[in-house]
Ligand binder design. Sequence first.
Ligand code: CTP
Ligand code: MG
Length: 596
Amino acid sequence: MSPLKWLWSYMGKRRFRLIAGLVLAAISSGTMFVNPMLSQRLIDDVIVPQNTEPLIRLLLMMFAVQIARLSLRYVMVILMELSSTDVMTDIRRRMYEVVQNQDYRFLNRVRTGNIMTRMTSDLDMIRHSVAWITYQFVDAVVLFASSFTFLMFVNWKLALCLTAVTPFILLLSRRFVKRIRPRFVLLRQKLTELSTRVTETIDGNRVVKAFAREPFEQERFEKHNAKYRDTSIENALISAKYQPVLEFLSQILAVVTLLVGGIFLIKGELTPGQYLSFSSLTWTLAAPLRMLGILLADLQRFHAAASMIMEVVNSEIGIVDKADSIQLIRPSGRVEFKNVSFDIDGAPILKDVSFKIEPGETVGILGSTGAGKTSLVNMLLRFYEPTTGEVLVDGVNVNRYTLSSLRRRVGLAMQDVFLFSDSVKGNIAYGRPQIDEESIRKRATQADADGFIQRMQDGYDTLVGERGVGLSGGQRQRISLARALAVKPAVLILDDTTSAVDSETEQYIQHQLRTLDFPCTKIIIAQRISSFRGANRILVMDKGRIVERGAHEELLANKGFYHHIWTLQNNAGMAAMEMGQETGFSPETELKQATI
Ligand code: CTP
Ligand code: MG
């Protein structure tokens, strides 16, 4: 769909406001010739014959026309601003909704900086187009057409002489547009690259600082900045080449009026008043044509911006509620994976994963990094959908539940903890805003967060997140655990949630989780075997498969991968080397394992 068509269909009822605005604009520009017409009468009927009788009438009419046109313009501006700002707000809301509801794949593909440019400068371009490009276009066309018609009536010969220049202006404008169109798309791309760079270095400022890479980042930024500048300058140069010629051609109009009009005046074919009309309306023939070049270039910028926005707005939301979705209410917490395989862009992430967890059980998942643990639990919340196989909660495929009810019942403490710029309290209550203070404290206590929160300056009201106080990794993890517990989930998933807390704290949390005051199935992902204390079963994952499963003792007796890790974690160093040789693991994997 072309951007113009899309925008038109998007405007819906607001089209009427826009059209009303444009009609007013057309009336106001279409009556531009009235005052020169009246001045012509003023000269030919009042000044030349020295007859004051129609003077007052003419002056009053001129005044009335001017007032009427000003009022029209006032209403028009309001209508245009209202419709364009409304459309922009609407599109922005829709974009936000799409981005909000997109699955991870979309967010992996489109970077934050990119989305930000689309939601700010691209959208503003749309607003500008709706309000001003359309207005100026109508203005230019109507102004030209009405003045030309009027002048044809006054003296068709002179009018035709004037328009002899116009085809050249049009031709030149078209060539200009052809050259500038791809340039604007390029410029838009450079801006996105630039803003992506900026957001990335701000988001990743710790990494930049930690590696003392400021000069490198500065240089990288400078490169993008320079590229953007160069592209802007090149565009400006192209404009600079065409604009003076366009300007020159339109100046010729004034010369023609002066020359040909003068001759006509001397020959008596033109009255002084008519001559005045011509010279005061020459600009209404030249300006629209000059505007046309700029307008067409603006239209190209609109195209570039709109297609970026359309890509977001029209991108399909991958994972949505089905028409006949059911609510997941008070599930018992039975979880089952049936032959689940999952690919991302053809690369297998999970391969034929099957397991069952009964309500209330605790299951551990162990596996080296990249084994697919996070991907696996993400399927339970339908962040991803299996390529083949089924994920069931309480015996029903998760894709049958509404997303919101499913995600309310399955609590996830994510691997990369994200805290909002809000109070500690607000962060814990995020999933269940109506929760009371006492429960917040209870959940924080279960996550062993109460102690350090109490010691913070404003306790539970302390601001954390981007604008708040700094928190350690372990503190963030514990707040995130409290947040997951606060929704009293039927299935609780801890994705590496205790990796940054000390063993003592971990033991305390494990004890709390065993004695929760609500029934809950627990899935605990960890790299340390000690994190699985009290688990009914442990699944060991490697390269997307479950390679071992069973209770701790069974797995140890197996003398496989689990046993190997266990040995590494219990007697690091020499023992590890020996085990490596015994079980035939390569030194390379061993080194990797030894770090977990
Ligand atoms: N992957 C991917 N795109 C993502 C996330 C993951 O392609 N957005 C791939 C990675 O290449 C990885 C595999 O999926 O090899 C499994 O990733 P993940 O499930 O996140 O692995 P974990 O087992 O959770 O690893 P870790 O212990 O490091 O969290
Ligand atoms: Mg992970």
